[in-house]
Design a protein around this ligand. Structure first.
Ligand SMILES: *[C@@H]1O[C@H](CO)[C@@H](O)[C@H](O)[C@H]1NC(C)=O
Ligand SMILES: *[C@@H]1O[C@H](CO)[C@@H](O)[C@H](O)[C@H]1NC(C)=O
Ligand SMILES: [Cu+2]
Length: 170
């Protein structure tokens, strides 16, 4: 009897741990250009770098570069295409800039040093809205719960397994 109560206590604890890990499901960290970083050296193909990434809300994009030679400017799509840095949305210059991606859609970044964007120092971080989720009545899309539920089901699957093991051996 005592061992069942004990095991239930363990199960509840595991449950709490699993649930809390769902809630803090934090974003991935992506270093732009990987080991090359943010540079014009070596003709890094930032389009290729970004294309197979599955960016999600909450991900952190890190730009690492020599601040004496480069910077990071967020620009509009048109400015990105034209490499026009005359009125960036934001500018970063530390050489180690972490940018949290917390909105859906495209986030366009270029280096504002003359010639660098034209040379290919530009990247498009796209967070696509989850497909096959009906728009909510307010018109605001809300795919986050769908993603969260997937995570929950994944965790619940583990929980059921653990509970089964506890009952088998408890
Ligand atoms: C650059 O962008 C600014 C603001 O978006 C715009 O006013 C300007 O005409 C653009 N310059 C060129 C050369 O396209
Ligand atoms: C950049 O910052 C992160 C933490 O924000 C740190 O771990 C990393 O070592 C830094 N990189 C450089 C080159 O300073
Ligand atoms: Cu540059």
């Amino acid at each position: 009897m005592a061992s069942i109560v004990e095991n239930r206590g363990v199960a509840v604890l595991l449950c709490l741990v699993l649930v809390s890990s769902v809630e803090v499901s934090d974003g991935a960290v992506y270093k732009v250009g990987d080991s090359a970083g943010w540079t014009t050296i070596g003709n890094v193909d930032y389009k290729q770098w970004a294309v197979n990434k599955n960016f999600q809300l909450g991900d952190i994009i890190v730009f690492e570069y020599n601040p004496q030679h480069h910077n990071v400017m967020q620009v509009t799509h048109a400015e990105y295409r034209a490499c026009n840095v005359s009125s960036p949305i934001s500018t970063r210059t530390t050489g180690n800039d972490s940018i949290a991606i917390d909105t859906y859609g495209h986030h366009f970044f270029v280096c504002g040093v003359p010639g660098h964007c034209q040379a290919g120092q530009k990247v498009d971080i796209n967070v696509p809205r989850a497909p096959s989720v009906a728009p909510s009545p307010s018109g605001l899309p809300s795919p986050v719960p769908a993603v969260a539920m997937n995570v929950v089901f994944e965790k619940v699957g583990w929980l059921m397994l653990i509970l089964q093991l506890l009952y088998m051996f408890g």
